[in-house]
Design a protein around this ligand. Sequence first.
Ligand code: HEC
Ligand code: HEC
Ligand code: HEC
Ligand code: HEC
Ligand code: HEC
Ligand code: HEC
Length: 437
Amino acid sequence: MKLTKVVTAAALFTFATAGSALAFHSGGVAECEGCHSMHNSFEGSANVTGMAQYQSGPFLLKAQDQSGACLNCHQSADTAPSGYHISTAGVTPLDSTTPVEMTPGGDFAWLKKTMNGSIRKTATTWDGDRHGHNIVAVDFGYTADKTLTAAPGGTYPATNLACSSCHDPHGRYRRFADGTYASTGLPIFASGSYVTSADPIANVSAAGAYRILGGIGYQPKSLAGSFAFSANPPSAVAPSSYNGINTTIAGTFDRVAYGNGMSEWCANCHTAMHIDSYTSGQKGLVHPAGNGAKLTAPIAANYAAYVSSGIMTGTGAGYSALAPFEVGGGATIADYTALKAFQATPVAPTVTNNVLCLSCHRAHASGFESMARYYLGNEFMTVADASNAGMYDTSTTENKINTGYSTTQQTNAYNGRPATLFGPWARNYCNKCHAKD
Ligand code: HEC
Ligand code: HEC
Ligand code: HEC
Ligand code: HEC
Ligand code: HEC
Ligand code: HEC
């Protein structure tokens, strides 16, 4: 086993130096051998994680399962956020410094944080499974959700949840100059995910779908039954550096300009969670999120004015990457010029912007229950120090706010933001739109 690991690292190094370490997918399908091994034999030894020589994983993958083939590269034993890593290695519930990755989607290792603590002197456990999408990757210690057996509001089976449930590992979905998508057609020339990505050219080239996500008709071959996606990838633009310590509320690294279609895309698996039109006060609804779920005028005004609890004196955009909204515009086609401008300099919301699932959730995992972007288990996200400055909860006997996390971990869970940015006794971020405090 030890030998296998060493050889795997060596093989990856060879691979990385063969091309550029920083361009693997290039918005489309990458080198086959990055994920597959034809014989699991290289320089006379096994090079597949967890498997013996001459035996690859399913579909000749380089790990025992689909997600493992991704985590070979996307997990790392980092001690600070780094590059395209979305899973910190070596995380245990009791260590006080991890996870450390701070991408917009979030670090999957929060799933390994089943925390014990106490609330009002009663012993309490916070189940790591609640922190996000439990992708199955046996080589990396990730197992299916123990409670949710299918996607809530849908039927997608939890035992089949993999990176490749959401991302097309072969990156076939592409965006054309007119904003439409298809899984074949003009060649993909590069990633379409970034503020620095070139735009597709009519009749010449296509850009990769945002984050190589699956679109209409996508269903992994390994999944039996009818689960094909009915919505295309969302339009969105990420900063070119998307994993780092954020020192502002607006975010440097986790500020994605969402355009439209993200909620519809989540509804590929969570159909009943999604409604587009909302009537205030009516029963039988869920929280609005979608291309038609527009901010109301009072909500847009609250958003821009809300600084922190009770302080409604904000001027300017007031943008927070912890409660993002979609820029919206157009029925299905988003204006990438406008999106790129918004990513660089967000502007205050208006009634043309949309609530989206990611106004409240992250896409992979977070430090909080229900994969929320901030803590909802208490009215407060912060407490106050002796001089009444905001600080994270350091209590070890009463874990109402910290759920057993250290200050470092609470800071990491807010993607690096110190408590002083929120102020003392900051109430949760639902107030960014609703200002009920
Ligand atoms: C980023 C990782 C990755 C790369 C690169 C990759 N694959 Fe795959 N491939 C996968 C995964 C994951 C599956 C399993 C999908 C499933 O669960 O059905 C797969 C499945 C397959 C399958 C069988 C299922 C199917 O969809 O037909 C074939 C054939 C295949 N890959 C060929 C290729 C070829 C050829 C290349 C290079 C041009 C390539 N792959 C590059 C990850 C990758
Ligand atoms: C051999 C190493 C390697 C493997 C294996 C690998 N990746 Fe990557 N991945 C990278 C690198 C390097 C980047 C950043 C450069 C790039 O996007 O090409 C990246 C970027 C990405 C991105 C962002 C791409 C964009 O255009 O926005 C996604 C999403 C992603 N990987 C998903 C996956 C999934 C899902 C798998 C498994 C099916 C996988 N990766 C397997 C190395 C790898
Ligand atoms: C439930 C669907 C889903 C699953 C499962 C999933 N991803 Fe993602 N991933 C997304 C979405 C959506 C985004 C874009 C997030 C954003 O911009 O807010 C994303 C973003 C990314 C990025 C860019 C960095 C970031 O966090 O924004 C990488 C790299 C990536 N995914 C790799 C992976 C790998 C590797 C796995 C499996 C270990 C995986 N994803 C599993 C939906 C998923
Ligand atoms: C490919 C199917 C698929 C897609 C697409 C998908 N999910 Fe999920 N989701 C699942 C499954 C399966 C579960 C239940 C298993 C689990 O929680 O790991 C789940 C669970 C969840 C949970 C509950 C987490 C918990 O443990 O309490 C939330 C919240 C969630 N998804 C939000 C989203 C959002 C937001 C998006 C869009 C960015 C999305 N999902 C896209 C399949 C999907
Ligand atoms: C990005 C802005 C945004 C965020 C963040 C947000 N909401 Fe909302 N919420 C809305 C919009 C828009 C409506 C529809 C309001 C309307 O039609 O008057 C709404 C409606 C509601 C309603 C129903 C109100 C009614 O009149 O029927 C409740 C309750 C609610 N939200 C609670 C929450 C909670 C709790 C959170 C945090 C978990 C939250 N919201 C986060 C924008 C937001
Ligand atoms: C206003 C904030 C907000 C928005 C917008 C939102 N959610 Fe949630 N979601 C929550 C909260 C809070 C919970 C915790 C349980 C609850 O309150 O129902 C939750 C729970 C969930 C769960 C877990 C359900 C379970 O049984 O454990 C899923 C799945 C989910 N949301 C998916 C979505 C999807 C998909 C969208 C977009 C279509 C979405 N959410 C939009 C705040 C939100």
